[in-house]
Design a protein around this ligand. Structure first.
Ligand code: ZN
Length: 490
């Protein structure tokens, strides 16, 4: 076990060092450093990969004699990682890296010029390589299962599709009903919010909910993210807009939610591949919980609004708590996923999930993708993209070869409510606590049931153990109906 752990620590350190370089690239590195930096990162990542699939690692895993439950989990889960990694030929990994490098450039050009045909041949190549990747990994039912499993271990296409269909059949008419209700005024969030004050207020609230700044920090980047260099150094980034309150504040709560998950992992897992979130869906459940279920609740703003008013007197002195609460919760179907509100967001994801499957199954050709996208968007959300830049070209994910990634965003939303409901059962006065600015019991509950486990338990196991049920659509749909039904008087 000791020799195995030493080897796993070397692999982990290489990946963590690569993460530092990637973080620097997005925050402080001058533009001209990009070419050299991508080579440095590739070197570290491939060294880590080679060590993982090396025969010596397999031998140590085979010979290991775990004498604790945690060590047994380590051997079992890393053995599975190794088996999966060994199934994919390195030639295919290299082809994918090259294809996605080109596809990313083509995607940027296609999006800025609103010219889908520039991207189309690259996208065909990406989907083709992803099908090869799925075949190499193997699957029980359909190739998409193998792609999904990379991001959401143990989830199957059938399971996810069934849950998404449940959401969709109730959500589409609900969004339509909101569209016919009196619109809410978003004015208060689109006023002048000085950047320095946004920063201070966001950090104050992030720390208040439990983000540990002795083991974390925030910097600026074009696209906000969180990243972990170890359990004791987990960082976030944000972006600021002078005349829009939401991106920085809710972005900070979101990324702090991700970071608190990583900060809460059992320290004894440090230096092993288990010191990580168990799946992207579970990770997103943590960020969405703090961003939406806490951060966009009326209870939270009963606590935070007086501080917000004194921090932003110019923007908020003539705004009431109710007006502010409505402004941060306005529902407005739009064509752009990253601007979507809490209610419509999942429909953006389900659209991508369905199209990915149809592409992988060969039922939709790349050339027909823009029309398929626009038709579905119009029938579900009642809005039609004016051009492909606002439609099929809006996201970077496909150019990177990340097929099977999108559904994890919606899975996170669904899981966040299931877990929040379970936490509330154990903490019956949770709303009172939030109203009083007390978040430590909720965080403690998440530490016990979710965070500490790292990758030792799968998302399904965590859900089962803490909620007594598997992934389900009902709790999220009930939450949305209750909250937004009240706000919109439906
Ligand atoms: Zn996230």
């Amino acid at each position: 076990m000791d020799t195995l752990k030493q080897r796993l620590a070397r692999i982990t350190h290489l990946n963590q060092a690569a993460a530092v370089l990637e973080w620097d690239q997005e925050t402080y590195m001058p533009e001209g450093g990009a070419e050299a930096r991508s080579q440095q990162v590739a070197t570290l990542r491939s060294m880590a990969h080679e060590l993982l699939i090396d025969d010596e690692t397999a031998r140590l895993l085979e010979a290991a004699q775990p004498d604790s439950a945690s060590d047994s989990d380590l051997v079992r889960i890393v053995s599975r990682d190794v088996q999966k990694a060994r199934k994919v030929p390195s030639s295919l990994i290299a082809e994918m890296a090259e294809a996605s490098g080109r596809a990313k450039g083509a995607w940027q050009k296609a999006r800025s010029g609103n010219d889908f045909p520039v991207f189309a041949p690259h996208l065909e190549r990406i989907f083709d390589l992803c099908i090869q990747h799925a075949e190499a990994l193997g699957y029980e039912d359909q190739p998409y299962d193998a792609l999904l499993d990379q991001y959401e271990e143990g989830a199957t296409t059938k399971q996810v599709a069934a849950v998404f269909d449940d959401v969709k059949k109730d959500l589409v008419p609900f969004v339509e009903a909101i569209g016919q209700a009196k619109p809410l005024c978003e004015g208060p969030v689109h006023r002048e919010y000085p950047e320095a004050d946004q920063w201070t207020f966001g950090m104050e609230m992030a720390e208040r909910i439990g983000y540990d700044l002795k083991h974390g920090r925030q910097d600026r980047s074009a696209h906000p993210f969180s990243t972990s260099f170890s359990i004791s150094d987990v960082r976030i980034t944000t972006r600021l807009e002078k005349r829009f309150f939401n991106p920085a504040f809710f972005g900070t709560l979101h990324e702090a939610g991700h970071a608190m998950y990583e900060q809460g992992i059992d320290p004894s897992l440090e230096g092993t591949p288990l010191a990580d979130g168990t799946s992207l869906g579970m990770h997103e459940s943590q960020s969405r919980m703090w961003e939406n279920l806490v951060g966009r609740s009326r209870a939270f703003w009963e606590f935070a609004f007086p501080t917000a008013q004194s921090t932003f007197p110019g923007a908020l002195s003539d705004v009431s708590l109710d007006q502010f609460y409505q402004a941060i919760n306005a529902v407005m179907p739009s064509t752009i996923r990253v601007e979507a509100d809490e209610v419509t967001y999942n429909l953006h994801i389900m659209l991508r999930f369905e199209l990915e499957q149809e592409m992988i199954a060969g039922r939709v050709a790349v050339k027909d993708l823009p029309a398929a996208w626009n038709d579905r968007m119009e029938s579900w959300l009642g809005v039609r993209p004016e051009n492909d830049a606002e439609g099929v070209l809006q996201d970077i994910h496909w150019s990177l070869g990340a097929i099977g990634y999108f559904p994890t965003y919606a899975l996170g939303n669904l899981m966040s409510v299931q877990l929040f409901d379970a936490a509330r059962k154990d903490l019956p006065d949770l709303d009172e606590q939030i109203r009083g600015g007390q978040f430590s019991n909720l965080l403690g509950w998440l530490r016990t049931h979710v965070h500490q486990w790292g990758r030792r338990r799968t998302a399904n196991e965590i859900l089962g153990a803490s909620t007594g049920e598997g992934l389900a659509a009902g709790p999220w749909m009930d939450y949305v109906r209750e909250k937004f039904g009240a706000i919109y008087g439906l």
